[in-house]
Design a protein around this ligand. Structure first.
Ligand SMILES: O=C(O)CCC(=O)C(=O)O
Length: 267
């Protein structure tokens, strides 16, 4: 799929500053996110941070947003699966952060034609711990990671690449509400703690070409969001009713496929 956008993505391993949501849409998604937290009785943590597009019709709206899918289609073609969503609210003063890592680690996608669209619902900047990428790092292959299970990590296993990243390659994805960045599943990226006054809220939507396969034994399911299925993943149902019994069951099953214990530990 030749386009300027896909060429830049293939070259650098990321894109940033893409306008995807209108102000009205930002207000809608932010309100919906806050209502979800209220329903959960506080901040969203554990398994509820993951794959909530199976539980919540508004999250399904986000993962099938035409502007977002247009970007993903330019990169992977017409047949697209969404294999995860991660909610990333980062509160000031908590010290929560993400060490340098590659999303491909422990995921086993083959070929690694998968990416994340990270959608900002608030400002995301240097002060409040925006996502940062190491340019061209997606071309360097899978790197060794250490599982630290650090309390202040927002990642499932507190995983990190235990070597310094070359500072001259680092690009900060400073985003306005409604903008998105995109990163390849092999791109080395991180984010620092929120040293600002307000929450930084972003939603990471993980997509892959429907033609890719996952290594045996990992067993993720995925949702068809565009084009046709290639039969490589068990397909997840789309949500109709927020927290309906079928939706709750589908969510439980889907997050369980990668280990409910691990999901619950991940804050
Ligand atoms: O939201 C963040 O701070 C980190 C996001 C991230 O690591 C990811 O989307 O893979």
């Amino acid at each position: 799929m030749e386009s300027k956008l896909s060429n830049n993505f293939s070259r650098d391993g990321y894109l940033t500053g893409l306008d995807v949501l209108t102000d009205e849409e930002v207000a809608y998604f932010l309100k919906s996110f806050l209502a979800y937290e209220e329903r959960l009785g506080g901040k969203v943590t554990g398994a509820y941070r993951f794959k909530s597009h199976l539980l919540l019709p508004w999250m399904y709206k986000l993962v099938t947003h035409p502007k977002i899918l247009e970007i993903v289609k330019q990169i992977f073609g017409p047949d697209i699966l969404c294999w995860s969503t991660d909610l990333f609210p980062k509160d000031p003063g908590t010290g929560k952060e993400c060490a340098w890592h590659q999303d491909a680690t422990y995921v086993g996608m083959d070929p690694p034609d998968a990416l994340t669209v990270w959608v900002a619902l608030t400002e995301s900047n240097l002060q409040n711990g925006c996502v940062q990428f190491s340019k061209e790092s997606h071309l360097k292959g899978q790197m060794e990671h250490t599982k630290t299970f650090a309390d202040n990590s927002m990642l499932l296993y507190g995983q990190e690449i235990p070597v310094d990243v070359d500072k001259s390659t680092v690009v900060h994805a400073v985003l306005k509400p409604g903008q998105a960045s995109v990163h390849h599943i092999m791109t080395v990226h991180a984010s620092g703690p929120n040293k600002g006054d307000g929450r930084r809220i972003g939603i990471a939507v993980r997509y892959c070409g429907a033609y890719i396969k996952q290594q045996q034994g990992i067993g993720d399911s995925a949702m068809l969001v565009c084009g046709k299925d290639h039969g490589n993943f068990p397909l997840e149902p789309t949500p109709v009713v927020e927290f309906g019994p079928d939706e709750v069951e589908a969510h439980k099953k889907a997050v369980g496929a990668v280990g409910p214990e691990d999901r619950i530990k991940a804050q």
